[in-house]
Ligand binder design. Structure first.
Ligand code: SF4
Ligand code: SF4
Ligand code: FES
Length: 445
């Protein structure tokens, strides 16, 4: 990509050919307000990102730079244009709660440009039929980000713009309530919405935000957890190469286990004379007692030493959870090989991943994927074998669905019908297995 020279706020700078003005100014640390801008997808419907280009007002998020451009990001005309837009948006804009107002960039920009933020009116009519999301149409500014998030990025196609003229609004499926719609609760609309019109139920601001990797499946989605009083209170998608900001229902709304009182947070040691076996309804503390880490580790070490002395290292094997990080699995195998002296080491992913690892190694020379997930978008043909990725790895399914919509041939070979088959050119159901696993919830299979 070549370079061009432009004048940005009176200073000559170099810009990448083909980049947008918004991208350029952000690279130079200049803040421009945005509402409808959705990373990677042209929208250009709100015009709040307006800048002056050679004396004309242009939306910076969809205008590309060109040689010799003179760009002003905060001129008097720009400020007046943004204020006019905000006044218009604020005409039909109310919030149902203070928290919702806190999420609203229209109100944030209103304050920045010396205007009054939208009022809080708790009695406004909302759609609260969804178990985890609340929709307040009176806070919606029709920026359409939720439509892009749902339809183009996640490819769930639930949210659409419906109606005409002044009756134009955001709707779900064929204009049903959100709770009755085919929403899969990925929460992308909530993360995208710049006004809080679509928001998590019970959302409150966090004390701090922690970025990490979603612990559920192997996709590796990046996630930000809001933490308050030491507890995770919400999650939102963060940008990473695997997910580009997207999450699925597990990553977005499945974090409550972190705070669950049922989690084991201390080691437990079996009480004397309690036989091994299922709990069979007995309270766990009748079978085990809490111990300190030192006590538990000493007990494990003494048992290992006892077996080592009696039977030798070959009598000891170790299995790790596939929920563990690469680093802890590495440390564990090192311990088993060097400290114990055994090669009997495994990890539970062997059960589900071994056939694919063998197959990948045979085909590609390496037992794992050799390209990033988003490369699915460059494939002409995609064959999905034995996977219900819509449920197991929904963020990968989002890319597969998008590729199919863009014209890739999607072929599914599976013992059961899956929702992904809606996007497939061919669905090959393995009939014998299908007879035993046939699920009547999918008609027409
Ligand atoms: S609900 Fe939010 S994201 Fe969707 S159009 Fe309205 S303001 Fe934009
Ligand atoms: S696809 Fe869902 S479960 Fe898997 S890492 Fe991403 S958010 Fe987590
Ligand atoms: S953010 Fe640029 S037009 Fe909306």
């Amino acid at each position: 990509m070549g370079m061009v020279k432009v004048v940005l706020n009176g200073k000559e700078v170099e810009a990448l050919e083909e980049e947008t003005i918004l991208n350029l100014v952000r690279r130079h640390g200049i803040e421009i307000p945005t509402l409808c801008y959705y990373e990677g997808f042209a929208n250009g419907s709100c015009r709040i990102c307006v800048v002056e280009v050679n004396g004309r007002l242009m939306p910076s998020c969809i205008t590309k730079v060109s040689e010799g451009m003179k760009i002003e990001t905060e001129s008097a005309r720009v400020t007046e244009a943004r204020k006019t837009l905000l006044r218009l948006l604020l005409k039909n804009h109310t919030h149902r709660s203070k928290e919702e107002q806190m999420r609203c960039r229209v109100c944030e920009y209103a304050v920045k440009y010396g205007l009054e933020p939208a009022p809080v009116m708790p009695d406004v009519k909302v759609d609260d039929t969804h178990p985890a999301i609340i929709f307040n149409p009176s806070a919606c500014v029709m920026c359409r980000k939720c439509v892009i998030a749902c339809g183009i990025d996640q490819n769930n196609d639930v949210i659409a713009v419906i109606g005409r003229g002044s009756g134009t609004r955001v709707g779900f499926d064929l204009d049903t309530s959100m709770g009755m719609s085919s929403c899969v609760s990925c929460g992308a609309c909530v993360d995208a919405c710049p006004t809080g019109a679509l928001m998590e139920k019970g959302w409150v601001p966090a004390d701090k935000v922690v970025e990490t990797t979603c612990p559920y499946c192997g996709t590796g989605c990046q996630v930000e957890y809001g933490v308050k009083d030491g507890r995770v209170i919400w999650a939102r998608g963060a940008y990473g190469p695997a997910n580009e900001g997207k999450l699925c229902v597990k990553g977005k709304f499945g974090y409550h286990y972190v705070n669950s009182p049922e989690r084991l947070t201390k080691p437990l040691i079996r009480r004397p004379n309690v036989p091994k076996g299922p709990l069979n309804g007995r309270p766990i503390h009748e079978v085990f007692r809490e111990a300190t880490w030192d006590e538990a580790l000493d007990l494990i070490a003494s048992k290992i030493r006892e077996i080592l002395n009696k039977y030798g290292p070959a009598a000891i094997g170790g299995i790790m959870s596939d929920r563990s990080t690469n680093e802890s699995i590495y440390a564990f195998q090192k311990f088993m090989r060097c400290a114990i002296g055994t090669d009997s080491i495994d990890q539970s992913a062997t059960l589900c991943h071994e056939p694919s690892a063998w197959s990948l190694a045979a085909q590609l020379g390496f037992g794992a994927a050799t390209n990033p997930i988003r490369d699915v978008l460059n494939s002409r043909t995609i064959i999905v074998v034995g996977s219900n990725m819509n449920e197991t790895h929904p963020v990968i399914a989002a890319y597969v669905k998008r590729a199919a919509k863009q014209g890739a041939h999607l072929i599914i070979v599976n013992p059961i019908h899956t929702e992904l088959a809606r996007y497939a050119e061919y669905e090959l159901l393995i009939s014998l297995v299908r007879m035993s696993y046939y699920s009547p919830q999918w008609p027409g299979t």
